[in-house]
Every structure is written in structure tokens, then in C-alpha cells.
Write a protein that binds this ligand. Structure first.
Ligand SMILES: NC(=O)c1ccc[n+]([C@@H]2O[C@H](COP(=O)([O-])OP(=O)(O)OC[C@H]3O[C@@H](n4cnc5c(N)ncnc54)[C@H](O)[C@@H]3O)[C@@H](O)[C@H]2O)c1
Length: 364
């Protein structure tokens, strides 16, 4: 895979500008976190990943330092914030598999909610005052009277369909109350479907197990796994399959930098959708993968999954107004092409190679 000089990771000593305070990125060794490390460093701020490597990769921290630790360990967080003079935290660490949350909700409340309480406690004890939180479209419920063409605004009803969504909503509410009580300022970014890979070829999606549509479709086409199962083709949507709002991970990373810069008063909390406003069906994703790879996607049609809404598409207007942020690289073809390049030659996390999270050789 080709890389350009500006895509080369730099050592901490080579940062262009150290004048802007450092940012601690919990979950920074994960898929989205690794891209955020790069975006934060490119904004002129030192980026420090704080990750226990339970689902992340040392190699994913190409654009930042790694502190290995568990977010529920408040003392370790305080030490990392103080040692690196971090003035802000991007909190992404947690469990993400919606299906697993229905069978082990206890783990999700512990990691996602208790983890957030720990981050807030560490911020109260240090000079870190700005929090950007990884929330999700999963906080919204499914309105049975809604139409597939409806967009979700930040005010849409909150009635999560999974324990995962419950934990994200609970964490948002805890953050809002803590801002008001303790003078922190925070933005919860409600991600829609993150997808794609960094242009450098050094970072990409690596989940164990993989549950997201775009990597599953590419891997099915490449013969890296069996046929793709399409969960339901009888929804009330134009082609009968579910509509989702895919956002390129580099655009998503940019939204975090915009949220670090957003004008917020002490005590203020806001929640902002990060999506494109355009829904894409499962069949459209399959067609885009077939175009990108010039080969068919083996697939079977399966039953609907419990709790899968027909459509989850963002109204992204608050992100434009509040953060001055708009997606730049999030056409479906751009997303799929970048993901296909990554999955053809992933640098780490290849499910077939049996190389999930590795121990850190670089503890800070
Ligand atoms: N992937 C998506 O489309 C999507 C959509 C909405 C929201 N989100 C949210 O974005 C965040 C990141 O998602 P991702 O796709 O990059 O997942 P990921 O699993 O790749 O990354 C999560 C990272 O958190 C780390 N982690 C987990 N528990 C930890 C703990 N207790 N202490 C320290 N580190 C811990 C893992 O090792 C991993 O590196 C999550 O909070 C997720 O809920 C993701």
C-alpha cells in the first residue's frame, strides 16, 4: 500500500506545535481511537492513548504514545493525565457489541458506565476540563410510526433498543450532570456507522469479532469468511433492507478535533449527531463492494434481527452549526474503497491470523 510523507507517523519530538494542550484518548488503540490519535496530532496537540489493549492493538497507536491501563482505574488515569499535562479527554474506551450486551449487560454497565464515572472522577482531580464522549445513534429508540425517510435529530425520543444503548445514554446523563455540578464542559458525539480506513494504509478496522456490515461484506467478497447474511429484506424501505448512515472514520475523527475546539462555557454539555444525513441500504453497500473489488459478494438472506430498526439516519445540521463540521470523504464509494484497501492487506488484527490484542512493548 502506498503512503505519502505526510502520512508518516512522527515521533513525539517532531510535533509541529506543542503549544496546544495534550489530549488523553481512552480507547485510543481501537479502530476509531487510532484515527483520532492521528487527527489530534495533526491539529498540533500531543495525543496519548490510554487503553488496556483488551480489544485494541499496539500497532494502532502509530500517531501517539500509549499508556496501558484500565479506565476503571481512576488513579492510573489521574497519573496519565498529570504526567502528560493533558487538558482534555476523548473518552472512547468501552465495549461495543450490541448483541453481546443483551447476554452480558453486567459487563457493559461495568465497562461503559463505571468507566465513564472513573474518567469524570479523574478529570475532577486534575486540570483536564474538556471531555468529548463517544456516544452512539443507539441512544435513540425506534418510532414505529416513523417513516424510513425520517432523520434523527438530537431531540428525537431516547429509548434504546439494547443494553449497549442504555449504557451510552446513562453515560451521557452522568456527564451532563457532572458538567453542571463540577464545571467541566463536554460534548457527546453520537456516531452513526463508522467505516473506512485511513489514507496512509497504516490504520483500519480490526474488531474481534467483526459485526459491522462493510468489513463483513468485503471479507465475504475476498473469501476471508463465508457468505454474508442479509438480516431481512422485507423492511419498509425502498429495497426492503435496512438503511444506515455511514460516516468515514477520518471525517469522524475530524469531528472530535472540532469538538475539542468548540466554544463551551464551564458547566456546559451538548450532544451532537455525527452522520451524513444520507441513508444507504444493505444492498447498496453490497453493490459498492462489488464495484470496488470487481467481484461478487456471496450472500444469503436471513431473518430480521431483534431490535433492528429499518432506518437510522442522522440529521447532521447541529454538527455544522455547533462544531463547523461537515463530512468531506463520506461518499459510500470512498468509504468502501478505503476499507477494501485495508482489508486486502491489514497491518494488524487480521481475524484469520489469530492475532487479536497483543501485550504492549511500549508502556508509558
Ligand atoms: N464502531 C462504530 O461504528 C461505533 C458507533 C457508535 C459508537 N461507537 C463507540 O466508539 C467507541 C470506539 O469504538 P471502536 O469501534 O473503535 O471500538 P474498539 O473496540 O476498536 O475500540 C475500543 C477500545 O477500548 C479499549 N477498551 C475497552 N475497555 C477498556 C477499559 N476498561 N480500559 C481501557 N481500554 C478499554 C479496547 O482495548 C479498544 O482498543 C466505543 O465507545 C463505541 O461504543 C462506535
Amino acid at each position: 500500500m502506498q503512503t505519502s510523507a505526510e502520512d508518516e507517523p512522527h515521533s513525539p519530538g517532531q510535533r509541529a506545535d506543542k503549544g496546544r494542550g495534550a489530549v488523553l484518548v481512552t480507547g485510543g488503540a481501537g479502530y476509531i481511537g487510532s484515527h483520532i490519535l492521528k487527527a489530534v496530532e495533526e491539529s498540533g496537540r500531543p495525543a496519548v492513548a490510554f487503553d488496556d489493549l483488551s480489544h485494541g492493538f499496539l500497532e494502532a497507536c502509530a500517531w501517539g504514545e500509549l499508556v496501558q491501563g484500565d479506565v476503571r482505574d481512576t488513579a492510573a488515569l489521574i497519573s496519565a493525565i498529570e504526567r502528560h499535562d493533558a487538558v482534555a479527554v476523548i473518552h472512547m474506551a468501552g465495549l461495543i457489541e450490541v448483541g453481546r450486551s443483551t447476554v452480558r449487560p453486567d459487563l457493559f454497565w461495568d465497562q461503559n458506565v463505571q468507566g465513564t464515572a472513573s474518567v469524570l472522577a479523574a478529570m475532577r482531580a486534575t486540570a483536564a476540563r474538556r471531555l468529548v464522549f463517544s456516544s452512539s445513534a443507539a441512544v435513540y429508540g425506534h418510532d414505529p410510526r416513523g417513516r424510513w425517510s425520517d432523520l434523527l435529530t438530537e431531540e428525537s425520543p431516547k429509548d434504546p433498543a439494547s443494553p449497549y444503548g442504555d449504557t451510552k445514554l446513562a453515560a451521557e446523563r452522568m456527564i451532563a450532570a457532572s458538567c453542571a455540578a463540577f464545571g467541566l464542559s463536554a460534548i457527546a458525539l453520537r456516531y452513526f456507522n463508522a467505516a473506512g480506513a485511513d489514507s496512509s494504509g497504516r490504520l483500519g478496522e480490526a474488531h474481534h469479532p467483526e459485526t459491522h456490515l462493510i468489513p463483513l461484506t468485503i471479507q465475504a467478497a475476498l473469501g476471508q469468511r463465508g457468505p454474508l447474511t442479509v438480516f431481512g429484506n422485507d423492511f419498509d424501505t425502498p429495497d426492503g433492507t435496512c438503511l444506515r448512515d455511514y460516516i468515514h472514520v477520518a471525517d469522524l475523527a475530524g469531528a472530535h478535533v472540532a469538538a475539542l475546539d468548540a466554544a463551551l462555557e464551564p458547566g456546559e454539555f451538548d450532544a451532537v449527531n455525527v452522520g451524513t444525513g444520507r441513508g444507504r441500504s444493505v444492498f447498496e453497500v453490497i453493490e459498492a463492494v462489488e464495484r470496488a473489488l470487481d467481484r461478487p459478494v456471496p450472500r444469503t438472506i436471513g431473518a430480521r434481527r431483534a431490535g433492528d430498526p429499518p432506518s437510522l439516519v442522522a440529521d447532521p445540521s447541529r454538527a455544522a452549526a455547533r462544531l463547523g463540521w461537515r463530512p468531506r470523504s463520506s461518499s459510500l464509494d470512498e468509504i468502501v474503497a478505503s476499507a477494501a484497501r485495508w482489508h486486502a492487506e491489514p497491518l494488524y488484527g487480521d481475524e484469520g491470523s489469530g492475532t487479536p490484542a497483543r501485550p504492549s512493548a511500549r508502556r508509558a
